[in-house]
Ligand binder design. Structure first.
Ligand code: DP6
Length: 337
């Protein structure tokens, strides 16, 4: 039986997807922009079986073995595989396994890389690996993990909301600059490992109940312009403040939703403070966070080691991952099983 293995990157959002007009299909309320990472990736192997029926879903364990995911997660994967089968016009079940190169479900975008890798590997296994990239991005988005739409690409990626009056078929991501265009680094301070207590899905659901939700929507067109221009002109001094505004606003909205969602931990604050101090010392480094306690520090290549040294010296930081912009998904020749 033929197997296809693809690794797809996690991504860190510069402009966040937070709030959806249709949560099941991940139709976003606003456009988002992210950078795909090089080392934080999910690797997924899909093998087409010779019969129809229930798909086998496995998660790689840290010891190298395989475990079964929670029933809810396995169901999400099977639902998505059903979607991919309908799109590919195929009926056979598959065996699928995934391994993340980084802590799962700790706000490090494992769903985005995981569902992007699953989409690309399953498309390949069903003989549709050569489909137009925008179709694969659309399919990844429909997994319900919307940010997976961006993880189908490398470099710097924008995912627009649908145009007014259109359905959702035009809400897929596309690259806006290649990885080689700008060597940005992402030094990730892991202050909390383990699954977050409130899923992004629930965070999106509650977001519109925050009084600050509408205000952020008003501010977004200006921020999007700055981020697009900053990427084009490799202007970290322009990008940095918007990164921090976006991250703080996401968490401000989460904390003021009904009921509130608190992703921050004391370690989050310690890292935010340390990065402010680094800037006062002259380093160009800026923070951002997705829906979790861990902090991504975006900086240039020259500053990355100094940033990592400082973060590692903080008692609240468990460990640091040095990552940076990556080239995007890759088809692999070694399979997970
Ligand atoms: C805060 O619904 O894509 O990371 O399924 O957990 O990956 P997961 O989340 P998703 O929402 C992402 C929310 C965010 C911001 C972003 O990545 O744009």
């Amino acid at each position: 039986m033929s197997k296809t293995t693809v690794s797809a990157p996690a991504n860190i959002a510069f402009i966040k997807y937070w709030g959806a007009s249709d949560l099941d299909r991940a139709i976003p309320m606003n456009p988002s922009i992210s950078m795909s990472l090089e080392h934080c990736v999910s690797k997924c192997t899909v093998e087409v079986l010779s019969h129809e029926g229930e798909d086998e879903v496995w998660l790689a364990e840290p010891d190298g073995g395989f475990g079964t995911p929670s029933p809810a997660f396995a169901q999400r994967v099977r639902d998505h595989l059903g979607r991919i089968r309908r799109w590919a016009g195929r009926e056979e079940a598959v065996r699928v396994a995934t391994r993340n190169s980084f802590p799962t479900a700790g706000g490090l975008a494992s769903s985005a890389s995981g569902f992007a890798a699953l989409t690309l590997a399953a498309a390949g296994a069903y003989g549709k690996g050569g489909a137009p990239p925008h179709e694969l991005s659309l399919l990844a988005r429909r997994s319900g993990s919307g940010s997976a739409a961006r993880s189908v690409f490398g470099g710097y990626v924008e995912w627009p909301r649908p145009k007014a009056g259109s359905g959702e078929e035009d809400s897929y991501a596309a690259p806006i600059a290649k990885a080689e265009h700008w060597d940005l680094h992402d030094v990730i301070a892991v202050v909390e490992i383990g699954p977050k207590t409130v899923s992004s899905l629930e965070g999106h659901r509650r977001a519109p109940t925050s009084p600050y939700y509408t205000k952020r929507q008003e501010l977004l067109p200006g921020r999007l312009d700055i981020v697009r221009r900053a990427i084009k002109e490799r202007d970290l001094a322009a990008l940095g403040p918007v990164l921090e505004e976006e991250a703080v606003d996401l968490h401000l909205i989460a904390m003021s939703s009904h009921p509130p969602v608190w992703y921050w931990s004391p370690g989050t604050i310690a890292v935010l403070r340390a990065v402010r101090e680094l800037r006062q010392e002259g380093l160009a480094a800026w923070t951002t966070m997705d829906a979790g306690a861990n902090v991504h520090v975006i900086c240039d290549a020259e500053s990355a080691d100094d940033v990592a040294d400082r973060l590692e010296s903080l008692p609240a930081v468990g460990f640091v991952i040095q990552d940076g912009v990556g080239g995007g998904p890759e088809t692999e020749t070694t399979h997970l099983f």
